[in-house]
Design a protein around this ligand. Sequence first.
Ligand code: OOG
Length: 262
Amino acid sequence: MIKTEVVDHIAHELYKAERDGVEVDKFVDQFSELDSELAYEVQDRLIGKKCREENTRISGRKLGLTSRAKQEMMGVHEPTYGVLLENMQLLEGAPISMRPFIHAKIEPEIAFIFDKEVKGPTVSVTDILAATAYIAPAMEIIDSRFRNFNFTLPDVVADNSSSSRYMIGEKLYRVDNVDLRLMGMVFRKNGEILATSAGASVMGHPARAIAWMANKLVKKGQSIKAGEVVLSGALSGAATISPGDHFSVSFDGIGSLEASFS
Ligand code: OOG
């Protein structure tokens, strides 16, 4: 197969896997040419297809595998990024049905909401903070399309970094009142503490992860746009979800967010 056929084929398989709620096997075993550069092309193709078929639009971006906890959990030691779509956003309050998911997990994150465009290639932490209107607690539901969440870097990149749904706290906070590195976090499942962490677990500073992404995006002529939300990556390992589970994430200085599943 020529490269564009490989890109089309993998994007189509991943699209179907999500739509039909079925797992697929890693693609690197089948397509030796699948490196992370080609995988980002697959990701773009997949997002284009989802926007058309699901009649939705890009609402932002997400980082993946930005903390050591996540990298060790998944055996992939480099960060990735992906795209958030409007139809992935869930509102706090109503119980979330497990029905659409293959084997979803949930992660605690910090969301950044931008009011200025950020374009690489020399974006710094300061640039990210200067372009951020607000931050808020967030949770991401990831649902890898790969069997048993078993993937390599190019596979997970092609699969839009396992993204599935996201929630953002409705009360927004100014970024200049907190030290994001030292901001403590407590993640609970059914009232019990699953993990504690701090902002620095995400590449030393969550804004550093976003700067890294902005500097990568420019190679494809892309940028973070004003109005977009960016999830800066999980601060701890992901938690498995069963119907009836209740999760909460609390951050020092920016409040908390809850999610219940049915
Ligand atoms: C990849 C995506 C991880 C994060 O915040 O680390 C991620 C995965 O673990 O399936 O979104």
